[in-house]
Design a protein around this ligand. Structure first.
Ligand SMILES: [Zn+2]
Length: 316
């Protein structure tokens, strides 16, 4: 089990009142350390992503605009929910780069899976704009990287962040080689307002997008049912060679930004399901990437539960 960690992920300073704040990592580090997270995992040191790899997902014009606005010390990009500090661009490069490094370690067989608690998150970032606390779409960049650098024919993305991963869906919606599966609070009740059941992909990509909108107040039981009836069968049928997880923890009952009521244990359960399925498919390669999760106590608990899920013995 690999773990990407860098204290520099806290250098993206979003100001005093922003939920996506440095303390999401710096404030839980001690708890993770106390639980043995740093001694029981293989450390993976991130490096800044090559911008040519980012360009497979984002336009050159957007990348340059993002760089210049940071350099010019402007206070935000595209929307005030995406604040900038002079280091944001470099930290965003380090976030995407950390995920690619994790993919390299898994592909090299040095670890079976890896977790990347990176900032800033990525799944709302669109081709040419920042959105929803996201600047570079870390998971989309990783899926493109696996497809092109490692020539993988099929990559699946499982997004259980409570918000719909609009940026990821839009990037791959016409691409039949990448399956995008998302569980999120119903779009009529939560940002970003996309991710309806009838969004199933376009053109050659029809059938490789699966949206499972969950009503406010949904519990573990509803997620179990969605996994068993829709999520797991669809991933199994697709037969991915690699699974990326957009692991947000904001569907937790104590999260302040949404109204889904998952327990901490639900995150262990979902992880176990993913690990077990990829092992059954004979391709036990998983890299999960932090997206949301804004109650620090719940976030730390859920990350520990997620890592516990990865510890599933091969025979179980
Ligand atoms: Zn979220």
């Amino acid at each position: 089990m690999g773990l990407v960690w860098s204290d520099r992920y806290a250098d993206h300073d979003t100001g005093p009142h922003h939920p996506e704040r440095p303390a999401r990592l710096s404030g839980i580090k001690e708890r993770l350390a106390h639980a043995g997270v740093f001694t029981s995992t293989v450390p993976i040191a991130p490096a800044a992503v090559d911008l040519a790899l980012v360009q497979r997902v984002h336009s050159a014009a957007y990348i340059e605009r993002f760089r210049q606005r940071c350099e010019g010390e402007l206070s935000y990009i595209d929307t005030q929910e995406c604040p900038l500090c002079p280091r944001t661009f470099e930290v965003a490069r380090l976030a995407a780069g950390g995920v690619l490094k994790a993919c390299d370690e898994v592909m090299a067989g040095r670890v079976e899976s890896a977790f990347c608690p990176v900032r800033p998150p990525g799944h709302h970032a669109e081709t040419d704009r920042a959105m929803g606390f996201c600047y570079f779409n870390n998971v989309a960049i990783a899926a493109e990287y696996l497809r092109q650098e490692y020539r993988l024919g099929k990559v699946a993305i499982l997004d259980w962040d409570v918000h719909h991963g609009n940026g990821t869906q839009h990037h791959f919606e016409a691409d039949p080689s990448v399956l995008f599966v998302s569980l999120h609070q119903h779009p009529l009740t939560l940002f970003p307002g996309t991710g309806f059941e009838d969004e199933v992909g376009i053109g050659p990509g029809v059938g490789t997008t699966l949206n499972c909108p969950m009503m406010p107040g949904s519990t573990d039981e509803h997620y179990h049912r969605a996994f068993e009836r829709q999520v797991l069968p669809r991933i199994a049928e697709f037969g991915p060679e690699f699974l990326l997880v957009s692991a947000g923890f904001d569907a937790h009952v104590d999260d302040p930004l949404a109204h889904v009521d998952l327990s901490t244990e639900a995150f262990e359960w979902m992880t176990v399901q993913a690990v077990r399925l990829m092992r059954e498919l004979g391709r036990p390669r998983i890299v999960s990437v932090l997206e949301g999760g804004y109650n620090l106590d719940a976030l730390a608990d859920c990350i520990l539960a997620h890592l516990q899920g990865y510890a599933l013995p091969a025979s179980r």
